[in-house]
Write a protein that binds this ligand. Structure first.
Ligand code: ATP
Ligand code: MG
Length: 800
């Protein structure tokens, strides 16, 4: 079998090999981005199976996203030359759902439990606050759910929290009450929220040792990718699973591998970006203490990126203090310079991204090798607009808005109501959707009736006659209950011919409830699009049935609730991928666009003031940079429409941490004049399009009138804010910002023909004024520098 081993080890360096062949109880691989951590895990799994040291079913591998799981499964299959059935390669959440579906009956749930996503959780909390008529003392619904989530990640439940809560604080007392009611409501609804999936599995294992043992016996090899981002609940789950089964000796199984499962974890503390969700870097730092005798392997060669990209990443991350210094190196060579771009607005920036993508594509790069990252989802709007206009194929990964749409949530609620008769949230959602004349009073009466008689909400609906409501309302309730019962029959496992496909169930529900028909008949033009979305969901169910011939309604609901939260169902290949920096973890692309590299976005304004916030945001930036294999584009805009208004943006503080010689800055045609002669006047342009160089950061001092280089030292000295030297900026606007005097020409009225004077560009004549309010743009012909577009509100101009 050494020949086979050789094959598995051939593509690995000595350190990677050591990690693949090590056979002790605990192994920690710490290494920077792109050093092959995930590859080592994959080879390790394949090696265990190939050498017959483990059956596929004895392996549990945890990845960060479903996409990563699918990739790992495929690669292992590739290395083995066959698909290894029975192997669990999944996210923490999926693994826990599988366990809970099998075991939930041990502690009062049924296997058909519903999974509440964060929107469901918020809806539930909102209802509870209303039902309790609680004064929240300024606490918002989101703050309550966030706090509950945080506590659950620390394995606290309502009772344990209440024991140490300060009830003299009215806000805290209120919170405890909400947390209690929320937990009770979930239990009554036979539902778990997202955080429960992990924490309840831990509680299950602790409360039922015989259940825990089943899994401790089963999984002999546990491997965890992205270990730096595990939170306390996930960490505890791993600890439970790696314990030696207690009754080993009694059952004579001691020989079966001795103690607990072997554990391999890989991680990079520089890529820890989930502290806000309770991830705990200490899990990696204290691994050696928790697992005595653990082997630690370090990897230093990066196989992903060019040296320029890597040098930028190294330089940026070295600004975080509390880290062990590690220098990544690569044998790939310098590669091309990083391209920097400052746009006039978010749209301008998006146009740059679209144009560069078009060029890369013309140059032979496949769209699916290109990704665009951003810090917040709100940034997608400008990108999507421009991409659609430029006919660039793209898809948005993660937090897919599709499953968050009201009409999709409605349709999914119908399915949940069929699968789980206790799911009051789903039932209440569809009770009067589409409108059936069932009002909130009836809804409450049904809920109270269910509670009083200790029956499910669905059963309460069936017995609506006992509520002495009006005949019309009673009829409507009974009709809906009948429809749900018909649908339930379709998915009864005892049904002749087996469970009907999900698409058939959804079709029945949507038709008989007249949901789609009502949308189609509506006069609201949006409703037509909503109807189409429901049709799209129907297509999704059909696709699901094709891919999973034995897939049940529960399987479908599970898949959607897990997948919608982190990544996409399908993986269409011919498209550019758009995603947040958080979603980008672990992935790699030939070309990466890092957009919106501005203060308030990166670091995000919410984190800038938090302890550890800017360091965590820097790690996020580091994650973004290190996704790129060959080309890296970093862009920002001088003004950004955000929070409902257009504001002046500042270059991110992290930009100045990238050595200037690694970046070539190019300028927007919105700021430079178009055309050959002008571009030469501005100094060494590439001609046309985004050709004009806009001053290559500090020192290089191009002849450009708008060179940021010449300006920056002065601003640095004057303001003392240490402005980043790298990106260009029109002097006056940034200077005003730094000295706290944000210009506001809000009431300046310009009309074509007006003459103005610009602080940098000199005198010119207004050709045209477009846009409205804060977004009014003057198109000006300057005598010295030609045509420019200026945002009137903030441009350093005066009317002559
Ligand atoms: P991240 O920290 O971003 O998750 P990682 O450490 O998991 O990165 P991988 O994704 O495993 O790194 O590897 C990065 C890239 O380098 C992959 O394309 C992988 O196939 C390649 N690679 C890793 N090791 C080697 C090697 N020894 N020879 C050739 N290519 C390698
Ligand atoms: Mg990885």
């Amino acid at each position: 079998s050494t020949g086979e081993d050789d094959e598995l080890l051939a593509g690995l360096n000595p350190e990677q090999r050591e990690a693949v062949v090590y056979r002790g109880q605990a192994l920690l691989i710490v290494a920077g981005a792109g050093s092959g951590k995930t590859r080592v895990l994959t080879h390790r799994i394949a090696g265990l199976i190939k050498s017959a040291e483990a059956w596929p079913s004895q392996i549990l591998a945890i990845t960060f996203t479903n996409k990563a799981a699918a990739e790992m499964r495929e690669r292992v299959g590739h290395l083995l030359g066959q698909v290894a059935e029975g192997m669990w390669i999944s996210t923490f959440h999926s693994a826990c759902v599988r366990i809970l579906r099998r075991e939930a009956e041990n502690f009062g749930f049924t296997k058909s439990f519903t999974i509440y996503d964060s929107a469901d959780s918020r809806a539930l909390v909102k209802r509870i606050i209303k039902d309790l008529q609680a004064d929240t003392f300024g606490f918002t619904v989101s703050q309550v759910t966030a706090k509950i989530s945080k506590l659950k990640n620390e394995l606290a439940d309502a009772d344990s929290y209440a024991r140490q809560a300060n009830f003299n604080d009215p806000q805290e007392a209120m919170f405890v009450e909400c947390f209690r009611a929320y937990s009770r409501a979930l239990r009554e609804a036979n539902a778990f929220d997202f955080d429960d999936l992990i924490s309840q599995t831990v509680f299950l294992f602790r409360a039922f040792p015989q259940v825990a043992e089943k899994y401790q016996r089963r999984f002999r090899h546990i491997l965890v990718d992205e270990y730096q981002d595990t939170n306390h609940a996930q960490y505890s789950l791993i600890r439970e699973l790696t314990k030696a089964p207690e009754s080993n000796e009694l059952s004579g199984l001691a020989s079966f591998g001795g103690g607990g499962a072997s554990l391999t974890v890989v991680g990079d503390s520089d890529q820890s970006i989930y502290a806000f969700r309770g991830a705990d870097i200490r899990n990696i730092v204290e691994f050696e203490r928790d697992f005595p005798g653990a082997r630690v392997v370090l990897l230093e060669q990066n196989y992903r990126s060019t040296q320029n990209i890597l040098s930028a990443a190294n330089a940026v991350i070295s600004n975080n203090f509390d880290r062990k210094d590690k220098k990544l190196w690569t044998a790939v060579g310098d590669g091309e310079k990083i391209v920097g771009f400052t746009g006039y607005s978010g749209h301008d920036e998006a146009q740059f991204v679209a144009d560069e993508i078009a060029k890369l594509h013309e140059g032979g790069m496949a769209y699916n090798q290109i990704a665009v990252f951003y810090r917040t989802n709100s940034q997608t709007r400008a990108l999507e607009e421009i991409f659609i206009r430029s006919a660039l194929p793209y898809r948005v990964l993660g937090g897919t808005k599709f499953y968050e749409r009201a009409e999709i949530k409605d349709a999914m609620a119908y399915l949940s109501a069929v699968a789980n008769p206790f799911d009051g949230l789903a039932l209440r959602r569809i009770l009067n959707t589409p409108k059936r004349g069932i009002g909130p009073a009836t809804e409450t009466a049904l809920a109270a009736f269910a509670e009083r008689n200790e029956i499910s909400y669905r059963e309460a609906m069936r017995r609506a006659k006992e509520l002495s409501l009006g005949p019309k309302v009673t009829g409507a309730i009974l009709q809906l209950a009948g429809l749900l019962d018909d649908a339930s029959e379709l998915v009864d496992p005892a049904r002749v011919g087996g469970e009907a496909p999900v698409s058939e169930v959804l079709q029945l529900l949507m038709e008989k409830s007249a949901y789609v028909a009502t949308l189609r008949a509506s006069r609201d033009p949006q409703d037509e699009a909503r109807a189409e979305n429901v049709e799209e969901l129907l297509a999704v169910t059909k696709e699901f049935n094709r891919n999973n011939p034995d897939g049940t309604l529960l399987d479908f609901l599970t898949e959607v609730s897990l997948v919608a939260a982190v990544d996409d169902l399908d993986d269409s290949s011919g498209t550019v991928s758009l995603m947040t920096l958080h979603t980008a973890k672990g992935l790699e692309y030939d070309a990466v666009f890092l957009t919106g590299v501005e203060e308030d976005l990166l670091p995000h304004r919410m984190s800038a003031g938090e302890p550890g916030g800017p360091a965590e945001e820097r790690r996020l930036f580091y994650v973004g940079i290190t996704r790129a294999r060959k080309r890296l584009f970093i862009s920002l805009a001088m003004t950004r429409a955000q929070f409902g208004e257009t504001a002046v943006a500042m270059p991110s503080r992290y930009l100045q941490e990238i050595p200037a010689e690694l970046v070539e800055w190019i300028q927007s045609p919105g700021m430079a004049s178009r055309g050959g002669s002008d571009s030469r006047a501005l100094g060494g342009g590439r001609g046309g399009g985004y050709g004009s160089r806009f001053g290559a950061g500090s020192g290089s001092g191009s002849a450009s009138v708008s060179s940021g280089g010449s300006g920056s030292p002065r601003f640095g000295a004057a303001g003392g804010y240490g402005l980043p030297p790298g990106p260009p900026r029109p002097k006056t606007e940034w200077a005003n910002r730094v000295t706290g005097q944000v210009r506001d020409n809000g009431d300046l009225t310009l009309v074509p023909g007006d003459r103005i004077k610009h602080a940098d560009f000199g005198e010119g004549r207004v050709n045209q004024v477009t846009g409205e309010g804060a977004k009014r743009v003057a198109h000006v012909n300057f005598e010295a520098v030609g045509a420019k577009k200026l945002l009137i509100k903030i441009a350093p101009i005066e009317k002559l």
